[in-house]
Design a binder for this molecule. Structure first.
Ligand code: ARG
Length: 467
């Protein structure tokens, strides 16, 4: 695509005299945003059509000029979508590229489009529309990821695995329960997305440069034409505000952090040492030198994308932190951060959804690991409290001695004999063996939100009704 180098300087200086000799190459380079803000073409055209329609409805421009403008803008839309449009860097950004082309297509009527608006409210509108649409895409993607986890959770409501704290075996849980922890996390991300959509659901157009305008515009009309709940209420804030972008980035950073923790678990679970899962060939690669290897590359890259996304959040917070009201050109640096984070997040969620759906769960390996590391020690302590009436602290102490004995005999708690256990505490009876297996341990944790299969199934049903 041509970058407009062939155009004459003067014909493209839309602001006229002051830069009559043309910006030099460095100024053009630092000033232009067309390289990335061309992504906003559809929002820009939609916003301009709504604005022109309102101007004509209010009698500010003629119906004839409005028709020409709308027709011209639709022509430009198809030119861009079919790849025929020539973007020019001399024309700085998407707004001026489109306006200049409109002038070529329809003549002087094009000049009336910019009545009662400025690029400041125009870019605030375009970008807000884009971010809102991206949030809607994110909501859908998260719903797909949640659905994948719900299916795996249902399938594995009874599959026992070790639960960890400090990455040390703690207590047996079910794989279904572990999956549902991620459903909670991604569910919170999705509700943050929904709140953000509500937060930003106000139309900036008509704030003009910063002070509003003396033309009798109808901002409620443009707001509803563009699908917003209403117009923003303070014109200064409107052109200064990038909270919607920051909210998107902070939501993305938290979601990416969740994805990264999941990625890390997948990396750990797929090692031969753990062997809890096997990744499909679709989401792993072989080694060029070690034929036995299968590397969890997709999970590792999801984990790494989090760095980019967190970086984008910090970058934009830093751009915004010292800016006086209202618009400053610094704010042009908002878009690349958001575009990059959006692309990374979309890809990471898609890759994760695929991995979760595809991975083979090795229930035998999970079960074997669940029983090791004295994972039912808490169940023994709870049994002593319940059946022998011991205070929990004493029960904890007795259990510690049982673990020490098992360690000494190099066996599991369930493999100690009744005599062994009674030598530690005389009130222990054969009934204790009912709680020392991992299945019994898991089935006993019936508290709300606990790991018992029936409890997990209740939570799955709750989420299914909301997904
Ligand atoms: N390209 C600019 C941006 O992305 C558009 C707004 C320009 N406004 C201005 N007063 N120079 O922020």
């Amino acid at each position: 695509m041509a970058d407009g180098n062939s155009e004459t300087k003067s014909s493209n200086q839309m602001w006229g005299g002051r830069f009559a000799s043309g910006p030099d190459a460095i100024m053009e380079e630092i000033n232009a945003s067309i390289g990335f803000d061309k992504k906003l073409y559809a929002q820009d055209i939609r916003g301009s059509i709504a604005h022109a329609t309102m101007l004509s409805h209010q009698g500010i421009i003629s119906a004839e000029d409005k028709d020409k403008i709308v027709h011209g803008l639709n022509t430009i839309l198809s030119e861009i979508e079919s790849g025929q449009f020539e973007f020019s860097r001399r024309l700085e950004d998407i707004h001026m590229n489109i306006e200049a082309r409109l002038a070529t297509l329809i003549g002087p009527a094009a000049g009336r489009l910019h009545t009662a608006r400025s690029r400041n409210d125009q870019v605030a509108l375009d970008f807000r529309l884009w971010v809102k649409e991206e949030l809607q895409r994110t909501e859908k993607a998260l719903t797909g990821l949640i659905a994948a986890f719900l299916d795996r959770a249902e399938e594995h409501a009874e599959t026992v695995m070790p639960g960890f704290t400090h990455l040390q075996t703690a207590q047996p849980v079910t794989f279904g329960h572990h999956c549902m922890a991620y459903v909670e996390m991604f569910g919170r991300d999705r509700s943050r997305v929904r709140h953000a959509i509500e937060h930003m659901d106000e139309s900036p157009i008509g704030a003009a440069a910063l002070a509003g305008t003396g033309f009798p515009i109808d901002r409620h009309m443009t707001a509803s034409a563009l699908g917003f709940a209403g117009p923003t209420r303070n014109s200064i804030d409107t052109v200064s505000d990038r909270d919607f972008a920051l909210e998107f980035l902070s939501i993305a950073a938290i979601a990416a952090t969740h994805l990264s923790r999941l990625a890390e678990e997948i990396v750990i679970w797929s090692t031969p040492q753990f062997g809890f899962i096997r990744l499909s060939d679709a989401f792993s690669t072989g080694s060029s030198i070690m034929p036995q290897k299968k590397n969890p590359d997709a999970a590792e890259l999801v984990r790494a994308k989090t760095g980019r996304i967190n970086g984008s959040l910090i970058a934009l917070l830093t751009v915004m932190k010292g800016l006086p009201l209202a618009y400053s050109k610094d704010m042009q640096e908002d878009k690349e951060q958001v575009f990059d984070a959006a692309e990374s997040l979309e890809l990471a969620v898609a890759a994760m959804t695929g991995m979760v759906r595809d991975m083979t769960i090795r229930a035998d390996r999970m079960k074997a690991a669940a029983g090791s590391g004295y994972s039912t020690a808490t169940d023994l302590a709870d049994w002593l409290v319940r059946e022998a009436g011991l205070p929990f602290r004493d029960a904890h102490h007795v259990t510690g001695r049982a673990v020490a004995l098992a360690e000494q005999k190099a066996c599991d708690l369930a493999d100690l004999t009744l005599e062994d256990l009674q030598s530690i505490h005389p009130q222990i009876t054969a009934k204790v063996f009912d709680v020392l297996t991992v299945e019994a341990s898991v089935a006993s944790r019936t508290s709300f939100g606990g790991t018992a299969p029936n409890e997990v199934r209740k939570q799955i049903a709750w989420w299914r009704a909301r997904n």
